[in-house]
Design a protein around this ligand. Structure first.
Ligand code: FAD
Ligand code: SF4
Ligand code: SF4
Length: 533
């Protein structure tokens, strides 16, 4: 009720529109994107032609590996390890199972990636694993709906779409009949008693990685360090020491080609047990090729992720958001309806969403891949750490604030158990009703997408006031996480239908996401109607 009055009230009508456009990014780390030149309503037929590119890439023996691709240099130092598939039935049409058998040539700088503008730069195509791209890429063929089939393989069961698992993915300790009672064992809040200095939040991710290395559970960790030109840019790293892992603390706010590190892993016979840290789309591709890597154990520590983008989008965002763009290390869209910009000196600038120049930022910030993504919860990771469902308390600094943890299977439980004595764990909480917020956000956001949004951000004091009101009346805790998830699911459903076309959309969108969309259709088909606009 309050929400509707608030949103529809005469004075706030226009402002509320803008509010909702920006709320959509709550809990998402907007991080980057490339500038979209794609007008609304354009259907890409190009995605259906990726076979040509792949054939070219895999058969072109004249193509030499680019200098930055390290395979050849590793080969000269170590005997290439011939890893064979051990435990899997191939779904690949070509099924080359060892690195030596693969003819695929990594993408050269300047070449187009098979998924073209929808490529999330996961790194698979920067290695000979490109041979599997057709069967692994989260944006080609069955795309994101691969998750449903893979859940069974990875976790031993599919998500129960009658329970919270519909949205949150497979939960380790869930009761299949009623996981709302038991999910607290698999979804909880946790913070490090002694926070890791310079971590993104309290450093749970870094701590799990350190402990897995210390206990020799793994030989190395795939994590994301800093680029040479600008430390804010991601550079995937293979970490063998505690110093290597500590150097990867904190989020580098853009798409990171993590899987390219497997070129190095494959050529080093010492590496048998690996911890991979990464976002959902890269985990989808990794799970599809896992069987060909010949590892003894692969552990996956995922982060939640929505609305990521390319590095130029990061620069566009900070240039528009603050007058000190060079000082911004990273930023996160927080559940207090403010974007928190972390500055190099450790201070934060907090800007209410509603005061951002929404129109300017509506393109060129979020990557096209992320508008086609249905894996905010990183459904194929063993353990997931984020903040999407925390009961956010703005009086607690981020580096002391509880984080949001999801355990999906036994491996994930083993991983979090390694540091459980260092954690303060509390049950997850939930309150409020997300539904009216979701629909209003979708409508306002879609109006902006169609070029009908407000021109400017609200003055700071008005923005702060709106944020304060929404904090009082809006959803909190797990309900807030689900608000954000539902909004992203519907926004991306509209995007994929418009841009990929209906047939490809049907193939790409997982059935769990379709079930969420249907919940909001109402008697009047509120969502489908927007596709006609
Ligand atoms: P730390 O201990 O500081 O470790 C951070 C880890 O992140 C490092 O190990 C590093 O390898 C990895 N990393 C850094 N940059 C990247 C990158 N570009 N891509 C992949 N991995 C990287 N949580 C939400 O709830 N909602 C979101 O929308 C959301 N978006 C995110 C987007 C990205 C790109 C990333 C990386 C994380 C996102 N998170 C999101 C998770 C959240 O920001 C924190 O990463 C998480 O809470 C862990 O905090 P920590 O203190 O334990 O991390
Ligand atoms: Fe290749 Fe990954 Fe891009 Fe797909 S998303 S085209 S697998 S690099
Ligand atoms: Fe990948 Fe989805 Fe994150 Fe984009 S939002 S980087 S597609 S997991």
């Amino acid at each position: 009720m309050c929400v509707c009055v608030f949103v529809r009230g005469a004075y706030f009508m226009r402002l509320g529109c803008e509010v909702l456009i920006n709320i959509r990014r709550v809990n998402s780390s907007i991080y980057v994107s490339h500038t979209s030149t794609q007008p609304p309503h354009t259907t890409h037929t190009s995605l259906n032609k990726y076979d040509d590119i792949i054939m070219h890439l895999s058969s072109s023996s004249s193509v030499t590996s680019p200098s930055w691709f390290s395979l050849s240099s590793f080969s000269s130092k170590t005997t290439p390890r011939t890893r064979t598939r051990t435990n899997a039935t191939s779904t690949s049409s070509s099924s080359p199972s060892t690195i030596n058998e693969r003819k695929g040539q990594p993408i050269k700088p300047g070449q187009s990636y098979p998924a073209k503008e929808h490529c999330s730069n996961c790194g698979l195509c920067d290695t000979s694993l490109i041979s599997y791209v057709k069967d692994a890429c989260a944006f080609l063929g069955p795309g994101m709906s691969r998750i449903e089939k893979l859940e069974e393989k990875v976790h031993g069961k599919r998500r129960n779409t009658e329970t919270d698992e519909l949205r949150l993915g497979v939960l380790f300790n869930s009761d299949t009949k009623d996981n709302t009672n038991n999910s607290s064992q698999s979804i909880f809040y946790a913070k490090k008693k002694q926070p890791v200095e310079k971590a993104q939040w309290t450093g749970i991710v870094t701590s799990v990685a350190l402990e897995m290395l210390r206990t020799k559970t793994v030989d190395c960790v795939v994590a994301v360090g800093s680029g040479e030109a600008d430390a804010r840019n991601p550079e995937p790293k293979l970490c063998f020491t505690e110093e290597d892992i500590l150097a990867c603390r904190g989020v580098k706010p853009s798409l990171s080609p993590n899987l390219k590190v497997f070129a190095e892993i494959e050529t080093n016979p010492e590496i048998k047990n690996v911890l991979y840290i990464g976002v959902g789309c890269s985990v989808v591709a990794l799970r599809e090729v896992e069987q060909y890597l010949g590892l003894d154990n692969l552990y996956v520590l995922g982060t939640n992720c929505a609305d990521n983008g390319r590095t130029d989008g990061f620069y566009k965002f900070v240039n528009n958001a603050t007058d000190k763009p060079d000082e911004v290390l990273h930023y996160e869209f927080m559940p207090d309806y403010k974007v928190h910009l972390k500055m190099r000196d450790g201070s934060y600038e907090k800007i209410p969403y509603f005061s951002l120049p929404a129109k300017e930022l509506s393109s060129g910030v979020i990557a096209e891949s992320c508008k086609s993504c249905f894996d905010y919860v990183n459904g194929l990771a063993d353990l997931v750490v984020g903040y999407m469902g925390v009961d956010y308390d703005e009086s607690i600094p981020m580096n002391l604030h509880p984080q949001y943890v999801t355990v999906r299977n036994e491996r994930g439980q083993k991983m979090i158990d390694l540091i459980k004595n260092d954690l303060q764990i509390t049950p997850s909480t939930t309150r409020g009703d997300r539904k009216p917020f979701v629909l209003q956000t979708v409508i306002s956001d879609d109006e902006a997408y169609l070029g009908r949004g407000p021109e400017k951000g609200a003055p700071r004091f008005v923005g702060n006031l709106i944020a304060w009101v929404l904090n009082k009346v809006g959803p909190k805790g797990k309900e807030f996480g689900m608000y954000s998830l539902d909004y992203h699911t519907i926004r991306n459903y509209l995007y994929v239908n418009r841009i990929y076309g209906k047939e490809r959309a049907k193939e790409h969108i997982p059935s769990y996401a379709m079930k969420i969309v249907k919940e909001y259709e109402g008697k009047n088909g509120d969502i489908s109607k927007r596709l006609e606009l």
